[in-house]
Ligand binder design. Structure first.
Ligand code: AP5
Ligand code: MG
Length: 190
């Protein structure tokens, strides 16, 4: 499978659909959010900085994030394709990803954009808070994450459009339908 960049607001389902895609196509999955939460759990220096920023709903600096991403990417088995979940989140990260892949003679593949209305996103994240207790899943931090998404990440959609790899999927009330639409598209790429 080609590389896939899964893109969308907090709670849009990046992690959920990534898991389903991995199960169907057997790909590698990099979630930069999971990577950072792991650093926090292990009490590393990166983890200490990440905790401070994640708790405020802010982004980790580009330079550090790009370094972490490249390290993670180079440790994965080659040839399966990778789902990038939560990366890139800024134009600088997108440019860096494109360059990093080009240096390795790999391609960005396709970008899957998930569009979900904000009320649904908030409901999902508050529900998840009760189940998983993620530190950034409280109403105040969620609002900050939405704001950061709109200001810093959403403009990237146009960047992907220019690259000619943007594919948008809009939530219409059914997870099964959403997955069927995504799979129907990905099946055409195999
Ligand atoms: P990250 O962990 O990536 O969080 P996020 O972008 O806020 O997104 P979420 O993981 O909350 O949501 P999701 O889209 O994965 O949805 P999910 O499938 O879980 O990043 C966290 C933080 O790390 C950032 O704020 C930042 O500080 C830092 N960071 C990460 N990457 C960075 C980067 N590149 N640069 C700088 N900083 C970075 O679904 C949500 C919930 O909804 C689940 O419980 C799910 O079960 C439920 N759900 C209910 N119905 C559905 C449905 N129909 N479809 C999908 N899910 C559903
Ligand atoms: Mg996630």
């Amino acid at each position: 499978m080609k590389n896939i960049i899964i893109f969308g607001a907090p709670g849009s389902g990046k992690g959920t659909y990534s898991d389903a895609i991995v199960e169907r196509y057997g790909m590698n999955h990099i979630s930069t959010g999971d990577t950072l939460r792991n650093e926090i759990k292990n009490g590393t220096e990166v983890g200490k900085l990440a905790k401070e920023l994640i708790d405020k709903g802010q982004l980790i600096p580009d330079e550090l994030m790009i370094k972490i991403l490249a390290n993670t990417y180079d440790r994965l088995p080659q040839g399966l394709g990778v789902i990038f979940d939560g990366f890139p989140r800024t134009i600088a990260q997108a440019e860096a990803l494109k360059q990093m892949l080009a240096e390795r003679h790999h391609e960005m593949g396709v970008m899957i954009e998930l569009i979900v209305d904000e009320e649904t996103l908030m409901e999902r994240l508050l529900r998840r808070a009760q189940i998983e207790g993620r530190a950034d899943d409280n109403a105040e931090t969620i609002k900050k994450r939405f704001e950061v998404y709109h200001n810093q990440t959403e403009p990237l959609a146009a960047w992907f459009e220019k690259e000619g790899i943007r594919h948008t999927f809009t939530w219409e009330g059914s997870k099964d339908q959403m997955l069927a639409n995504i799979f129907a598209f990905l099946d055409t790429l195999k």
